[in-house]
Design a protein. Structure first.
Length: 689
């Protein structure tokens, strides 16, 4: 096809397929809901304003709580400073009283502590006798304290003149018959002024009041607004009162915030919110009119789009459209079903596409550039894609130019056909043909091997007979060369061994069961390695043995199992020699089987013994045991590919398992298991029976 267009003129309008008087299509519920979306901004704006108001209210509450906590903390701090200052003054008065052993004005005036106290805070100091008479007073013009304040115990209080407080100190020990007293007067206002930090005085209005709420001392003029509120008997929420007892009996410390807390709704924020809601309401009304106009236009083309979509989705061929940059701008339902991705996941997507296989990204990108340049073959091309669920799909792709109504080239239109099932059938037929060919080769090989075994049996028997005759002739002749005689005996043993091997291979190829017998697995393996000891020494490959103690006997055909061990040893040596391993070595481990498909910590199943042959060669290199044991598959240039296949068949004929994995020495580890030989039945004919 020379070109494709995406113009509405190429699809007949709905009126061409319906009667002129046909009623319009009903409005879908989703469309009906969309027509009411114009109110959503106004609702969201109201919700936003409500959230802001709630947040401001919460912020005001948190700020008020914080101010309250700070106010209480500052009050406690100031109370501690005042109490500490009063305790210091009381200690100074007690120290002065102890120095006045002989009461008298002269003695009182000579005390430096008195002068320091008068300079610091004290108004006057008065000596009283045991009968309450004034003995001395400094300064002399200071009025004496009223008599009711002279209490036996040390205390502090206020007099009625000048709003002063006094401290009383005893001049003699408590057990003395007559004791005088030292009365020190001080001004609470001066005490408050000296103990109050400057930053606290700027932040709060501080007052000392009595139990009736009357002002004793304050930092403001006439107590300020807080003092007036306190005089009226009201305590505001931003003030705090604290009892100063026992430092100052019947006295309270009151702190009031100088800056008053203003809630948010008394500020300009409320007016701004109202203006914002009014503007949003006006914008919502305009939006509603616009939505009505758009809805009318949308109803006009919705039916046409539905007709177009119905025709496109009825196709079984996948359709996709791309712009000149390769970005997907259109897909139909058949295409989405082929790749498993929805239109919302594909439309607007730029290369690389999600259905491209990760291992073919470079090839797909180069092909995309060729197609965008107009190099797509007209007869189509095959491609392999990946479904969303991970399976591979084969498609046939046809590309054509995409032009608009004005004839301009705006992209590329592609149609895809799924040919996965056809390719799968072709692959199945090919595999069946290969399997038949492999089976024919195996049958031919079995016949050849059976014929060779039959033909080699007679020469080997003759070699063994001639060797036995020569050995007996030399012994009768008195020939005494031990080396020659030993060589002849070994020659006879090897000939007999070769004969047994030929007989077992012939029996195996003729599908007879192996001749199993109870045998020592360790001795069997060591006997097999002894046959290759010369080759191992020549190649410099040390052999390590790891044998579990008390290894039970196995039920196996010794000749066939020896051939399995010999084959695995030769393969390991050949792999290490081909890879030029720097430190070649082989380790053979014999232990009770832990299961070839289980972990190393699994409990060993009863009845099997396992042999592991590790080497330091290049390893499996990603190949599985199924691939390695496939007939005619070989990693050697001159190999037949039958060694491991025969080994696996021999082991499975013994009801064992054959496996391969990465070894602990850095190379491959081939393992197989053999069943444990059953113990002989007890002799019932013995006397003990």
């Amino acid at each position: 096809m020379p070109g494709s267009t995406l113009d509405s003129a190429t699809v007949a309008p709905p009126s061409a397929f319906s009667q002129p008087t046909a009623a319009p299509l009903p409005v879908l519920p989703a469309l009906r809901r969309r027509r009411t979306w114009w109110a959503l901004p106004f609702a969201l704006s109201l919700l936003f304003v409500a959230a802001v108001a709630a947040w401001l209210q919460w912020t005001d509450r948190q700020e008020a709580e914080d101010r309250r906590r700070v106010l209480i903390s500052d009050a406690l701090s100031l109370e501690s400073r005042l109490s500490g200052r009063i305790d210091d003054e009381r200690a100074q008065a007690d120290a002065l009283a102890r120095l006045l052993a002989e009461p008298g004005a002269a003695a009182l005036a000579q005390q430096p502590a008195l002068v320091a106290g008068l300079r610091r805070l004290w108004i006057s100091a008065t000596l009283l006798g045991a009968d309450g008479r004034v003995l001395a007073s400094l300064p002399e013009l200071a009025p004496p304290p009223p008599r009711p304040l002279l209490r036996p115990q040390r205390s502090a209080g206020f007099d009625d003149v000048g709003l002063s407080a006094h401290l009383v100190a005893e001049l003699a020990p408590p057990d003395a018959p007559d004791r005088g007293r030292l009365v020190v007067r001080y001004a609470p206002a001066a005490l408050l002024r000296q103990a109050l930090p400057w930053w606290l005085g700027r932040k709060y209005e501080v007052r000392l009041v009595d139990g009736w709420g009357q002002n004793i001392a304050s930092t403001g003029e006439a107590g300020g607004a807080a003092g007036q509120a306190a005089a009226a008997g009201a305590v505001e929420a931003d003030s705090y009162r604290l009892n100063l007892e026992p430092a100052l009996p019947d006295t309270y410390l009151e702190l009031s915030q100088r800056d008053r807390f203003v809630p948010w709704w008394r500020t300009g924020l409320l007016a701004l919110m109202a203006v914002f809601i009014a503007l949003v309401g006006a914008a919502t009304a305009m939006l509603r009119r616009q939505v009505k106009a758009v809805s009318q236009a949308e109803a006009a083309w919705r039916t046409e789009a539905a007709w177009r979509r119905a025709m496109e989705d009825s196709l079984n061929v996948g359709l996709r459209a791309r712009d000149t940059q390769g970005r997907l701008v259109y897909v139909n339902r058949a295409f989405c079903d082929q790749v498993g991705f929805g239109p919302d996941e594909l439309l607007g997507r730029s290369p690389p596409m999600p259905y491209w296989p990760s291992d073919l990204l470079d090839e797909r990108l180069s092909r995309l550039q060729r197609n965008l340049a107009g190099g797509a073959p007209r007869e189509g091309y095959e491609a392999r894609w990946q479904h969303r669920d991970g399976r591979a799909i084969e498609v046939m792709v046809f590309e054509a130019r995409l032009v608009d109504a004005l004839g301009r080239h705006i992209g590329w239109m592609g149609s895809t056909v799924d040919i996965t099932e056809r390719r799968r059938m072709e692959e199945r037929e090919r595999r069946q043909s290969e399997a038949l060919a492999a089976q024919a080769r195996l049958t031919t090989l079995g016949e050849v091997a059976s014929a060779l075994a039959h033909q080699l049996n007679q020469p080997l028997t003759a070699v063994a007979g001639y060797n036995a005759g020569v050995l007996r002739s030399l012994e009768r002749a008195g020939y005494a060369d031990a080396v020659v005689l030993q060589a002849l005996r070994r020659l006879g043993e090897q000939a007999n061994e070769a004969g047994r091997i030929v007989q077992r291979i012939r029996a195996f190829l003729t599908r007879r069961a192996p001749q199993r017998e109870a045998c020592d697995f360790e001795a069997l393996a060591r006997r097999a390695t002894a046959l290759l000891q010369r080759d191992l020494a020549r190649q410099g490959v040390p052999l390590e043995w790891v044998v579990a103690p008390d290894l039970p006997a196995v039920q196996a055909d010794p000749v066939l199992i020896e051939q399995v061990v010999i084959n695995l040893l030769r393969n390991a040596c050949d792999e290490m020699a081909a890879a030029a391993t720097a430190n070649p070595r082989i380790r053979i481990a014999l232990r009770p089987a832990a299961g070839l498909t289980q972990g190393p910590d699994a409990a060993p199943p009863p009845g099997f013994v396992r042999l592991d042959l590790d080497d330091a060669g290049p390893g499996l290199r990603g190949r599985s045991i199924k691939q390695l044991c496939a007939p005619f598959y070989s990693t050697k240039a001159d190999g037949m590919g039958m060694g491991l296949a025969i080994c696996r068949s021999v082991v499975e004929a013994h009801v064992g398992a054959f496996d391969a994995s990465d070894g602990a020495l850095g190379g491959a580890c081939f393992s197989f298991t053999l069943p444990v030989a059953e113990p002989p039945p007890p002799n019932t004919d013995s006397p003990a029976a």
